[in-house]
Write a protein that binds this ligand. Structure first.
Ligand SMILES: NC(=O)C1=CN([C@@H]2O[C@H](COP(=O)(O)OP(=O)(O)OC[C@H]3O[C@@H](n4cnc5c(N)ncnc54)[C@H](O)[C@@H]3O)[C@@H](O)[C@H]2O)C=CC1
Ligand SMILES: O=C([O-])CC(=O)C(=O)O
Length: 309
């Protein structure tokens, strides 16, 4: 198994670190446009192999895509992160051309790879990758909902005073401060709805905190987060390479599901060796469906911006 991570910045390097520690690949390539950074981080990580006990061979490359040849999975994290006060959507002007160019280069050497898109605005970057590449839709997966769902579980666990591992909770819709939809009605604590233990006020606060989870971290850090994003990327890669069939919220090309088409949006989807396999229809109630449609409208407006760039 060969995996490439493009972008050796905060998220790319953390993703690669997790992928190596989990031994998800025999070969892992980190690529960046900045001279030496990917090689340096790859060597630094390689020197943890004897300490963590993994056998993955990690190499770095400054923009030489021939080193990424025949990758089974590629992860795109290249592009600008936001700064405090910005939305993810404001990154579109810079990141669209980066993501498009990186995808073209990757596909020259790994035409059969499964592509994971992380760069923001993620749903629109996933749509751009799909529409500009001609790669079958099952092989293009936007990562956002796994991270948002982990944050949702974090806030739920704090309110309930319980282990996040005993929680089941999912966030669907767009990966944006106003577009994500934490489905609290469906969240459970070891099979019991969390709504039975939380007041309306607590529920509203958890949902609101989850939606601005990324913005909260950006304000604290001065740039956006990387530990949970890197862990979420690794979980997604793991379900692919081990064919785990995990049910994750990922941004994929919907075709009538949840009342939407010609858009990539976060929906519950089964992830296996061939990419995303099946969208699962959670029966949204009227209010959730209305929120989902509004989320889709916002993402579609962003996708329309691509035509003006
Ligand atoms: N979808 C999600 O859940 C998340 C998405 N993100 C997004 O991921 C992206 C990366 O974030 P960070 O790693 O924090 O940023 P960063 O600035 O630490 O790293 C980005 C890296 O991309 C590289 N890069 C830029 N253009 C390139 C090109 N053409 N080819 C190869 N490499 C190139 C830069 O040199 C830099 O090393 C941002 O767009 C951020 O908004 C971040 C966290 C979560
Ligand atoms: O907040 C950001 O800009 C980065 C991101 O997507 C996240 O951490 O959820």
């Amino acid at each position: 198994m060969k995996i490439t991570v493009v972008g050796a910045g905060a998220v790319g390097a953390t993703s690669a670190d997790n992928i190596a520690r989990k031994e998800l690949a025999s070969e892992l390539v980190l690529l960046d446009i900045k001279e030496g950074i990917a090689e340096g981080k790859a060597l630094d990580m390689m020197q943890t192999a004897a300490l963590f006990g993994f056998d993955t061979r990690i190499t770095g490359s400054t923009n030489d895509y021939s080193k990424t040849a025949d990758s089974d999975v590629v992860v795109i994290t290249s592009g600008l992160p936001r700064k405090p006060g910005m939305t993810r959507e404001e990154l579109i002007g810079t990141n669209a051309s980066i993501v498009k160019g990186v995808t073209e280069n990757l596909l020259k050497y790994s035409p059969n790879a499964i592509i994971i898109v992380v760069s923001n605005p993620m749903d629109t970057m996933t749509y751009l990758t799909l529409t500009s590449s001609g790669v079958p839709k099952e092989r293009i997966i936007g990562m956002g909902g796994i991270l948002d769902s982990a944050r949702f579980k974090c806030y739920l666990s704090q309110a309930l005073g319980c282990s996040p591992n005993d929680l089941n909770a999912i966030v669907v819709g767009g990966h944006g401060d106003t577009t994500m939809i934490p489905l609290i009605r469906y969240a459970t604590w070891n099979s019991v709805p969390v709504t039975e233990f939380l007041s309306q006020e607590q529920q509203q606060k958890i949902v609101a905190d989850t939606m601005v989870g990324g913005a909260t971290l950006t304000k604290l850090l001065g740039t956006s987060a990387w530990y949970a994003p890197g862990a979420a990327v690794a979980a997604l890669v793991e379900s692919i390479v081990r064919d785990e069939k995990r049910l994750f919220s990922c941004s994929v090309s919907v075709n009538g599901e949840y009342g939407q088409s010609d858009i990539c949006l976060g929906v519950p989807v089964i992830i296996g060796r061939n990419g995303w396999e099946k969208i699962i229809d959670y029966k949204l109630n009227e209010q959730e469906q209305t929120t989902f449609s509004k989320s889709a409208d916002a993402v579609r407006n962003m996708n329309d911006v691509l035509k003006t760039l």
